[in-house]
Design a protein around this ligand. Structure first.
Ligand SMILES: *Cc1c(COP(=O)(O)O)cnc(C)c1O
Length: 419
């Protein structure tokens, strides 16, 4: 790209033309987003879809309200974990019958790690990354305690992960797209390293599903988990998903063996007999209303082209980075993400010593990102509803806040419980 083309692409009129020509632009109307907001947090809580709003209203009034218990059979409630799991599977490179929707990501991670360790009973080492999403590390710690401290949980910086995987390693547990930096692990390469050492791999796709082209089977992944309320737009606390490659189904088991993971829950027998296939990873009853909202979010996503979405997320994030470098230089912003937009998912972070206050000031001005301790301002790029001009306008507001130092106002340093 020549310098002149690059510069002209930073011009708002040109960005406006890019929005007008963007094949994904019509999707914006399918969301409920106040016109005055620039929402850069779809990576943390995806916005409400019009279809989720309508489906939820029907599920409450017509299904719960009038079908009552009959809804389990008549309204498709019973099938939702695997019906919706198969739909999510299409976004992450899984085959039908390899993914179910249930529980939270944390709980699913526990089940996946336990199932994977159970397939490598002679090995007692689990490898993960320093600075992985905290719940992932806490769950590994809990699993180790649950297993009577028999496991060594080896947490390494990214550049040492390959060396840490050895003949004692049962499982490697990594997050595909880092929650702060957005850095992407090369899924195929790490999976191969794990398999060459005889270990299994568990991927956390919380920041990947619906944002980054992900090919679980193409990379021979063993297990995966991920969030429903982030890029999949399932709503606050939406259920999560769990994937297991078909080759493991017959031998795998997991300790949260509740009745929904039973071969025939309505036989009501005293003994646990695992369901065939991925359903044995279920535990109890799924939150049907939440799963209904998630299904609407996923159905919308399946209408879009995932490659086009991923390309647009890269373009939006690259635009933000270039605009910020051009107009916010000299204000102490420190890029905490890979410099090349192709090496990060749909989120980008900057460190700043007043990062919390600056983010609160941005939010007060209608630019919603979030803050991740100790000092990271995080911005998400959701290709289905964000416009190129939104990115331009967000950086202009950021520049104004930095130049005027309006973030120094004490109202912006009040700490909220959720950052
Ligand atoms: C958001 C996120 C989670 C969230 O876990 P919950 O159990 O849904 O609260 C887990 N892992 C990663 C990598 C995340 O980004």
């Amino acid at each position: 790209m020549t310098a002149s083309v690059q510069n002209s692409s930073l011009n708002r009129d040109m960005l406006s033309r890019m929005d007008a020509n963007d094949p994904l632009a019509p999707f914006r109307e399918r969301f409920v987003i106040p016109e005055s907001l620039i929402y850069m947090n779809g990576n943390s809580l995806g916005p409400l879809t019009i279809s989720a709003r309508d489906r939820m209203a029907t599920a409450v009034a017509d299904e719960w309200g009038s079908q009552l218990i009959r809804g389990w059979n008549k309204a498709g409630w019973y099938d939702i974990p695997w019906r919706l799991g198969d739909k999510i599977g299409r976004l992450i490179g899984a085959e039908a019958g390899e993914t179910v929707v249930c529980d939270s990501t944390s709980v699913n991670l526990f089940k996946a790690v336990a199932a994977a360790c159970g397939l490598r009973p002679e090995r007692k080492k689990i490898v993960s990354e320093v600075g992985n999403f905290p719940t992932d590390l806490y769950v590994l710690d809990g699993f180790k305690r649950f297993a009577g401290d028999a496991f060594n949980v080896d947490i390494r910086p990214r550049e040492e992960i390959a060396d840490a995987i050895d003949a004692q390693t049962a499982v490697v547990v990594l997050t595909h797209v880092h929650y702060v930096s957005g850095e992407i692990f090369p899924m195929g390469e790490i999976s191969r390293l794990a398999h060459d050492a005889g270990a299994l791999i568990v991927w956390d796709l919380s920041h990947s599903a619906g944002a980054v082209v992900t090919d679980l089977n193409g990379s021979k992944a063993d297990f995966a988990v991920g969030c429903g309320y982030k890029h999949l737009n399932g709503g606050p606390g939406a259920p999560a998903f769990i994937f297991a490659a078909k080759r493991h189904h017959a031998a795998m088991s997991q300790p949260l063996s509740g009745w929904f993971g039973h071969a025939d829950p309505f036989r009501f027998t005293d003994d646990f007999e695992p369901a065939d296939g991925v359903r044995r990873l279920l535990c109890g009853t799924t939150g049907v209303l939440s799963a209904t909202a998630l299904e609407a979010g996923v159905d919308l996503m399946l209408e879009a082209d995932l490659h086009a979405m991923s390309e647009k997320a890269v373009a939006l994030s690259d635009l933000f980075q270039r605009r910020a470098a051009e107009s916010c230089g000299g204000h102490g912003l420190e890029l905490r993400s890979p410099d090349d937009a192709r090496q990060r998912g749909a989120n980008l972070s900057y460190g700043h010593k007043s990062g919390y206050a600056i983010m609160q000031n941005l939010i007060a001005r209608g630019v919603i990102g979030d803050f991740r301790a100790p000092d990271n301002m995080r911005f998400g790029f959701s290709p289905l509803f964000m416009r190129y001009t939104d990115v331009f306008d967000a950086v202009e507001i950021l520049r104004d806040i930095l130049e005027s130092r309006s973030y120094e106002d004490s109202e912006f340093s009040k700490k909220h419980s959720v950052t």
